[in-house]
Design a protein around this ligand. Structure first.
Ligand SMILES: [Mg+2]
Length: 342
């Protein structure tokens, strides 16, 4: 199996191509799009230098966060921290109980960190690829190792392309308007997304038990908070778990697509969030459960990269670049707040 970070640019059009799935459009363009190329190029380094200036200067950008809500994901310019006067900023509150690390904000991944939706994603991916592999006669069968190696934390289409490349299956990339029944990278992604949303709304989801208390404690301690998720469903998931009001800044898959940010493991979305809070990456903490997300935090030069072991494994998260690995978010609060989260 060849992880996408080491795949050659031509990996998607692998020579061991058993042919398209029944129903695949044989006339469609083959091979990766520029987006597919980003999977490969992301391993070569960030497109936003950690030392680069803010994506948008606060002096030219908006002066306040957009109000929370479903429209935030589609705003075209980065938000600027709403307290340009340091005296009025909770980040500069001298009475805060920020820890001694000098960090001012905590950037949370969502799925698998705040919300136990990783299981819903895992199941939706497994259902998709088990069916696709069986239909195309691909071996070895899809396993959970594929999820952690190719899918966890990555933008949807990048993950689909990585799994297909790992088995030498060549499907057209397609486009975002592909219907879910089309055998293309986008079509398979749509199919998985519909299954995920059906599970989210059908079964509902609760946040991890400690997520609400820990994020509230961090907020009270003076940390800026943001969610940085590859998912295009971050807003619905945050709403489903009752944490939407806690995060005025959400950099999700929709923002990344609109602004043109490379997905994890590239650090761009995390860097964008830090800049939007008026901070350097070194002043922010990244909290991630996926190897790709941990690698993004490491590549971005963030002050602290915390792995939350929700199944990826402590050793794998440390190997990906985590400074420390915790079993739950309470340990994170203990580390970041003087005197603990109470
Ligand atoms: Mg995650």
């Amino acid at each position: 199996m060849r992880p996408p970070s080491t795949a050659a640019p031509t990996a998607f059009t692998a020579s061991v191509a058993p042919g398209p799935l029944p129903g695949a459009d044989p006339t469609a363009a083959q091979g990766p799009s520029s987006s597919a190329g980003s999977v490969v190029s992301s391993s070569t380094g960030p497109t936003l230098s950690p030392g680069a200036g803010p994506v948008v200067s606060p002096s030219t950008g908006p002066t306040a966060f957009p109000s929370p809500g479903p429209t935030v994901s589609s705003f075209p310019a980065p938000a600027v921290f709403p307290h340009p006067d340091p005296a009025g900023s909770p980040l500069a509150d001298s009475s805060s109980s920020l820890g001694t690390g000098g960090w001012r904000a905590v950037l949370f991944d969502l799925d698998g960190v705040l919300a136990p939706t990783a299981e819903l994603h895992r199941q939706a991916w497994a259902d998709l690829f088990q069916a696709v592999f069986a239909q195309a006669g691909l071996t070895p069968p899809y396993t959970e190792a594929d999820y952690f190696t190719h899918l966890d934390g990555r933008p949807r289409e990048d993950g689909v392309a990585a799994v297909l490349a790992s088995r030498g299956l060549d499907l057209p990339w397609g486009g975002p308007d592909d219907p879910p029944d089309r055998d293309s990278v986008h079509g398979l992604g749509q199919r998985k997304n519909l299954a995920f949303l059906a599970a989210l709304h059908g079964h509902g989801v609760q946040p991890y038990p400690e997520a609400e208390a820990v994020t509230e404690a961090l907020r009270r301690a003076g940390y800026g908070l943001a969610v940085v998720s590859s998912s295009a469903n971050a807003r619905p998931v945050l709403a489903a778990v009752g944490l939407a009001d806690r995060f005025p800044l959400v950099v999700d898959g929709l923002v990344a697509s609109r602004v043109g940010l490379a997905g994890k493991p590239a650090p761009d979305t995390f860097v964008y969030a830090a800049r939007s809070l008026g901070l350097e990456p070194a002043q922010a903490v990244v909290v991630e459960d996926a190897r790709s997300g941990v690698a993004a935090g490491r590549a971005g030069g963030f002050g602290l990269v915390v792995g939350v072991d929700r199944g990826a494994g402590r050793a794998a998260l440390l190997e990906a670049g985590a400074d420390l690995v915790v079993d739950d978010l309470t340990e994170l609060a203990d580390r970041l707040i003087d005197g603990g989260p109470a």
